[in-house]
Design a protein around this ligand. Structure first.
Ligand code: SF4
Ligand code: SF4
Length: 528
């Protein structure tokens, strides 16, 4: 379903009359494909963000971000203050995790975590004391702090991308060799149906979001700041536009047409700048750094208030009596969050973390809220009827028309299903953003994304096994080389010793050796 022709400019941008706001000078572009699923956003967007609550138990997963898990640095029985580091960043691609409230560590053990695999993960359990005693919070003067110190601070404050990818933010804020990234783009697209948490924070925390952008702009040396927001969020656009007068740099608020998945990073960049991020490349390759608006707010709180990332806004919606957005402590058991959602009008048929397009089924609602938890969507048979049985692919190519990454989903399906993973990679499997547009339009109801996830996971497993085998081989070869070198060096040392200072023993041995040789020579002489 190609909504508009690709590479076509679709309109000029929109902007408000706020005093400090620059006029958006560009035109808007469209991306290939995209779909218009029912939005269902009004259910939760009509209420203000509900306040945080302290649950009966806090369960903090040490793996909440892309990269290496955090390393627990507390022990069972320890008292912890709110905001205290309980798991340190471990490795380059890692961020810290913190106590979301004060209390006592009761266990460090596996627990269900929200993950598509349904497998448990290592968690730090805290029994809250109800006092919420904060550790010292120290704001940082970022203008007078070295960039690497600021980035390390963000790592230790646990800031990771809150748009779903949970990529460590401090890494994205390092421009590296290029020294500066000209354009900073804040992503307020929030195109996934049902989810309204970003809409809510843009309406209620617009200034904080832009203060976070000020820090990021400083680190990236960006000279242009843009905020992309879908035009189905007029209140957020108005609030963000008004907040531009509160910062001392120009910000362009860009209202973009509502089309799923315009909130995808590559799609947002294409819409607003017309630039295509190359296959396998990064947004900085086209001079753009893109961050979710929630991440920007987290950066503001970390730097300007000295508060680590211990809570986030979560949309609770679907089959609940009180659909809403709430500030939720990281580590809150999802079932305790659901208990505050006014019950379930219809029989529950499951719950998703995320939306219906990109979310995944929660295996256990005892799992805690993690940094990636943007939405808990409770299902009923009426809201989410079971899909009809999948049928054969009829090669209609509707999936290709809808694919925002301009892939051939039907080919990826065949290659994934038949385990021709090399071919799937040749067809750019890893450019697939798992948006679900192809499954959404498929008349044969094939759960295409499941096949791509399966193929990606198999390829990753094979690559890990290959890496492990290569590592083992390298270790073996290096050990063998070391043993041979040691042996050679020992022999050389012995030879040197012999040459320098012959001992009586060695003289005797040489005499015996010579006698033996003579005897052998006599024995070998022909007898006549
Ligand atoms: S996968 Fe579905 S949408 Fe794609 S070609 Fe086959 S039947 Fe059509
Ligand atoms: S899930 Fe992947 S293949 Fe399907 S439409 Fe989205 S990007 Fe394309």
């Amino acid at each position: 379903m190609n909504e508009t022709s690709d590479k076509q400019k679709i309109s000029t941008g929109q902007y408000s009359n706020a005093p400090n706001q620059s006029v958006f000078q560009g035109v808007l572009y469209t991306f290939h494909g995209g779909v218009h699923p029912e939005e269902h956003k009004k259910a939760s967007s009509g209420r203000p963000i509900m306040p945080v609550f302290i649950p009966t138990e806090i369960i903090v997963s040490v793996q909440q971000h892309i990269g290496e898990a955090g390393r627990p640095c507390v022990a069972v029985g320890d008292h912890v203050d709110t905001g205290q580091i309980i798991a340190q960043a471990d490795g380059y691609m890692s961020v810290a995790a913190h106590a979301p409230t004060s209390g006592t560590v009761t266990a460090i053990a596996p627990h269900p975590v929200p993950h598509p695999s349904g497998l448990p993960g290592l968690c730090i359990h805290i029994q809250p004391d109800g006092k919420n005693t904060w550790m010292a919070r120290t704001p940082t003067d970022y203008h007078n702090t070295h960039p690497s110190t600021l980035r390390n601070l963000l790592r230790d404050m646990g800031v990771a991308g809150l748009g779903g990818a949970v990529f460590p933010t401090f890494i994205k804020l390092n421009p590296g060799k290029i020294k500066k990234v000209p354009t900073l783009l804040l992503n307020g697209g929030e195109c996934e149906p049902w989810i309204t948490c970003d809409d809510a924070i843009m309406r209620e925390h617009a200034e904080g979001i832009l203060q976070g952008a000020a820090v990021m702009r400083h680190l990236l040396q960006s000279n242009r700041v843009l905020v992309g927001i879908e035009d189905n969020k007029p209140e957020a656009i108005a609030a963000m536009s008004a907040a531009t007068s509160q910062v001392d740099f120009p910000v362009e608020i860009v209202s973009i047409p509502t089309l799923y998945p315009s909130g995808g990073a590559k799609q947002m960049i294409k819409i607003i700048t017309g630039k295509e991020v190359p296959s396998g490349g990064r947004s900085t390759d086209v001079g753009v750094a893109i961050f979710n608006v929630g991440t920007s707010l987290a950066v503001h709180r970390a730097i300007n208030h000295g508060e680590p990332l211990i809570s986030r806004v979560v949309t609770v919606t679907g089959n609940v009596g009180l659909p809403h957005n709430r500030e939720v402590l990281i580590g809150t058991p999802i079932n305790e969050l659901l208990a505050l959602a006014g019950g379930h009008p219809e029989p529950v048929t499951g719950s998703l973390m995320g939306g219906p397009m990109m979310g995944f089924e929660l295996a256990d609602t005892a799992a805690p809220v993690v940094k990636a938890t943007n939405c808990i969507l409770v299902k009923s048979g009426r809201l989410f009827p079971a899909p009809p049985p999948a049928m054969e692919c009829i090669r209609c190519t509707r999936c290709a028309d809808a694919c925002p990454a301009d892939l051939q989903p039907q080919e990826l399906y065949w290659f994934s299903k038949s385990k021709h993973f090399d071919k799937a990679q040749q067809y750019s499997l890893f450019d697939c953003i798992e948006c679900g547009c192809c499954s959404y339009v498929c008349p044969s109801h094939i759960p295409l994304v499941n096949y791509y996830r399966y193929a990606k996971s198999e390829i990753s497993t094979l690559k890990s096994a290959e890496r492990a085998a290569n590592l083992a081989r390298e270790r073996f070869e290096s050990r063998t080389a070391r043993l041979e070198r040691d042996q050679r060096e020992r022999a050389e040392r012995l030879a040197q010793k012999s040459a320098i200072k012959p001992t009586p023993d060695t003289d005797a041995a040489a005499t015996i050796q010579a006698a033996l040789a003579r005897t052998q020579a006599q024995a070998d002489e022909p007898k006549v």
